[in-house]
Design a protein around this ligand. Structure first.
Ligand code: ADP
Ligand code: GLC
Length: 487
């Protein structure tokens, strides 16, 4: 089976969040299972700097609206020997950032990714010729649309199945109706049945309708987004209409990258059997971030985009109350200026209790996972969430709200029975969150019981093998259905 994975991010070459981690790990696991898999990403400056590549074929061109855009394809080899194709274009991708710079998105986002999909379609049709295209998130949503709505490409991809995976319904590629002209497909697709959404154009909607299958990144999120407008952001109806062709497959965690036994980013390696290294990691982290190296207080960490999705409008108003508890805080994250400002103000008010970095710093992300006692994710919604899975691997107890993938990976620890791997709250309310943190701190005071909890954290296994097997099953099903429909 030949599979082409198409996305806007891939770790370690171009990363803004969890999408990159998934695209960096899933193809490697699919290849290990015997699939012939390649990845197609934009040729951002950071990616071309990080990955040695060679040019593939000659310069080529595609139409974006009325403009002819010329591009080159470069290819390199990623982890696990997976071929990576990069679409290189000086205007769209040779820039300092992935999605933007200095906290501001590039204004031509829609055009950039329409171009990306057009160019990827050319590469897939002429060179790669996969049995299945696996497109991720709105940045790659134009690809499933073109595969079924552009007459030339429809013929070219007649035998190619298409799976579209949603990593976040909060970003749908929603734009001005006039941008439809960039796609160069028949006007009949700009209707409520396909791409039109309340008078605007919605690329994710088009992909959901036109792809053969649609998935998202956890079973609970799949249920939430197809039933509740607060999660589906207006797409709950089209997702429901997909019926059995919309499924939730829980992401895996890349334990080649996130494993305290082998992690080169942390002060000392450790294992579930010997956690003495974790104490050294805690001291090194406290020193690095400017907190007292030894403290009886627990250390609770966050590594997160600073957006409302991640629960910062719950955390910020709760900070003063939180600091009445026996816990110090370290937060690594960047995003909305109002949250950055509020967290930095909390740091200034309590420099011995709250450490904040607004950098994007993979080293520090690993050190927080290893050096903290607890990891906080009070998300309003969370399609999957990878950082709580990483925390578990590092013996760092997650404190989470029961939503999306958080509900699928963390279960409340019950001291009496010794069952459970973290602390979970239900309602999106300050008191609920503080309640879960208080429960965590109560257990933390009893070292023997805390060690039991840590053992449960270490025992959680979210390796990619299970998820890759589910994807392969789905790929096979979609390929078989496509072949049947052609007969
Ligand atoms: P999301 O994709 O919604 O941002 P995930 O939990 O799926 O959330 O993945 C987030 C990924 O991004 C993790 O690998 C996390 O370590 C990383 N990350 C987030 N913010 C930062 C940051 N400021 N510096 C370094 N890594 C970060
Ligand atoms: C999105 C989601 C996150 C998920 C990641 C990878 O960024 O916000 O929950 O883990 O994609 O699928």
């Amino acid at each position: 089976m030949k599979v082409a994975v198409v996305a806007a991010e891939m770790a370690p070459y171009a990363k803004a969040g969890g999408l990159a981690d998934v695209i960096g790990a899933l193809p490697v696991e699919l290849a290990a299972c015997g699939a012939r898999v390649c990845v197609v990403i934009p040729g951002y400056k950071c990616a071309l700097d990080a990955l040695p590549t060679v040019e593939v074929g000659d310069e080529s061109s595609v139409m974006v609206g009325h403009r002819r855009e010329h591009f080159r394809v470069r290819s390199g080899v990623g982890p696990g020997g997976v071929p990576i194709f990069l679409i290189a274009h000086d205007g769209y991708f040779a820039r300092a950032g992935i999605y933007g710079e200095n906290g501001r998105d590039y204004p031509d986002a829609i055009e950039r990714y329409v171009f990306f999909a057009r160019a990827a379609a050319r590469l897939l049709g002429e060179v790669i010729r996969p049995d299945l295209v696996h497109a991720h998130d709105w940045h790659a949503a134009v690809l499933p649309i073109l595969m079924r709505a552009d007459p030339m490409l429809r013929a070219c991809f007649e035998r190619t199945a298409c799976l579209f995976t949603i990593h976040n319904l909060a970003f749908q590629g929603l734009c001005d109706a006039a941008d439809f002209a960039l796609l160069n497909i028949d006007r009949s697709y700009m209707t409520t049945e396909y791409l039109e959404f309340h008078g605007r154009m919605n690329l994710m909607k088009g992909a959901v309708v036109l792809a053969d299958g649609v998935s998202t990144v956890s079973p609970t999120y799949a249920r939430e987004v197809s039933s509740d407008p607060a999660f589906g952001f207006g797409l709950e109806g089209v997702l429901r209409a997909k019926g059995e062709r919309f499924v939730g497959i829980l992401n895996g965690a890349d334990y080649n990258e996130w494993n305290p036994a082998t992690d080169p980013h942390i002060a000392a390696r450790y294992t579930p059997q010997d956690t003495s290294g974790k104490t050294l990691c805690a001291r090194a982290l406290r020193r690095r971030i400017g907190l007292a190296a030894r403290s009886k207080r627990a250390l609770m960490g966050m590594v997160s985009r600073l957006t409302a999705q991640k629960g910062f409008d719950l955390l910020v108003p709760a900070l003063e109350q939180l600091l009445e508890l026996e816990v110090d805080l370290v937060i690594l994250g960047s995003g909305e200026p109002e949250f950055e400002d509020a967290l930095l103000a909390a740091h200034r008010a309590h420099p011995d209790r709250v450490a904040v970095s607004t950098a994007f710093d993979n080293d520090l992300a690993h050190q927080i996972q290893a050096g903290c006692d607890m990891f906080l994710m009070p998300s309003r919604f969370e399609p999957c969430g990878l950082t709580q899975m990483y925390a578990l691997k590092y013996g760092t107890a997650p404190v989470v709200r029961a939503t999306g993938g958080l509900a699928d990976t963390v279960a409340e620890f019950e001291p009496a029975s010794g069952v459970g791997n973290g602390f979970v709250f239900q309602a999106y309310e300050v008191e609920e969150m503080l309640g879960a943190i208080r429960r965590a701190l109560r257990v933390f005071r009893d070292r023997a019981v805390w060690r039991r909890l840590m053992a449960n954290c270490f025992a959680a296994d979210f390796s990619w093998a299970a998820a890759a097997a589910r994807y392969l099953e789905l790929y096979n099903q979609l390929i078989a259905e496509r072949a049947r429909n052609l007969q």
